[in-house]
Design a protein around this ligand. Structure first.
Ligand code: NAD
Length: 306
């Protein structure tokens, strides 16, 4: 199949591109390299350095590639940045998504047309009453980033219906693994590992009991591979349902980075969720998917390869 992947120079979607190519598909990557890297792009993929906010550029690419599947990962995925300066986040994550969907509707080709979209659990559910949060949990985004991804979901649903193709929306937990940018704002395993390897003490905001649902990249890749065949017009959490706290992440990362020092503790940051995990039960039912990698194995692999 012909697959166009947006954001395919970034952490998650570059791995998905590798997987699709290994499965024998023809892949085109669209990325403006804002936070992605050319070196992440598989050599067998066609690469377009383009911005999804640029309607004309996106149309030209779709006219040339005529994909049957679009896997849409391009986004500004930084919570703090979105609070400080929200407009670029909305422009890329919402308006850019309109450009991608319209170009796909007009120029995509094939009888199994489908869009796969990377949304977020944590940034959409806010602080849920019940953990793990399922897909029925009310959306209460705490940042323009979360709101922009929720808008992205609505845009996907609208245009999929309008043009008559299928969609599959994944709400990701905290994804971690090789290629995650240690200099980014999110991705605590990458940040801790990057600092520890250069001999610096990482900071934990709060007292170390804050929790997140961490899922290793290989599990996320698997879900995106299954999505080529299964799942239509659904929203699915790709969570493990398990909470892991900051302290545990710190000490597991330290173990494999062979770092002996203690963390620096700083006051908790405003607007951050205290505890969250998202349930993957629906994804298990619909896709027969489950997060399989345990946190220690995932961190070990990540520290080794980062
Ligand atoms: P990333 O920053 O590594 O990847 C995003 C990619 O999009 C980058 O390569 C970047 O250059 C590209 N991009 C940004 N703006 C663009 C634009 N205007 N035009 C074209 N390309 C553009 O981040 P990631 O962690 O790989 O995240 C990928 C997707 O998954 C995002 O949509 C993000 O919202 C979503 N997500 C990630 C996580 C996580 O834990 N990493 C959690 C929830 C959702």
């Amino acid at each position: 199949m012909k697959i166009l992947i947006t954001g395919g120079a970034g952490f998650i979607a570059s791995h998905i591109a590798d997987k699709y190519i290994n499965l024998g598909h023809k892949v085109a990557v669209v990325d403006n390299l804002a936070t992605g890297f050319r070196r992440n792009v598989n050599k067998k993929a066609s690469f377009y350095k383009a911005d999804i906010r640029n309607k004309i550029a996106i149309e030209i690419i779709f006219k040339k590639e005529r994909p049957e599947i679009v896997n849409h990962h391009a986004a500004i995925a930084e919570v703090v940045k979105s609070l400080r300066d929200p407009i670029p986040t909305f422009e890329t994550n919402a308006l850019g998504t309109v450009n991608v969907l319209r170009a796909f509707g007009e120029y995509g080709l094939g009888k199994n047309k489908k869009i796969i979209f990377s949304s977020t659990g944590g940034a959409i559910y806010g602080q849920p009453d019940k953990i793990p949060a399922d897909e029925k949990t009310p959306a209460v985004p705490l940042s323009p980033y979360g709101l922009s991804k929720l808008l992205g979901e609505e845009i996907i649903k609208f245009y999929s219906d309008y043009y008559g193709f299928k969609y599959l929306i994944f709400r990701y937990p905290n994804v971690y693994g090789p290629r995650q940018n240690p200099k980014g704002e999110a991705g605590v395993v990458a940040i801790f590992s990057g600092l520890m390897k250069s001999g610096q003490r990482p900071t934990i905001y709060g007292n170390g009991t804050k929790t997140r649902d961490y899922v290793y990249i290989n599990d996320i890749i698997n879900a995106n591979a299954i999505a080529l065949k299964k799942g239509a017009n659904e929203i699915l959490n790709l969570g493990s349902g398990k909470e892991t706290n900051d302290k545990k992440i710190y000490y597991l990362t330290a173990k494999y980075a062979e770092f002996k020092e203690k963390p620096i503790y700083a006051p908790a940051r405003k607007g951050e969720v205290y505890k969250i995990a998202i349930s993957g039960k629906k994804a298990q039912k619909v896709l027969k998917w489950q997060a399989k990698t345990n946190i220690e194995t995932g961190i070990k692999n990540t520290v080794k390869k980062l």
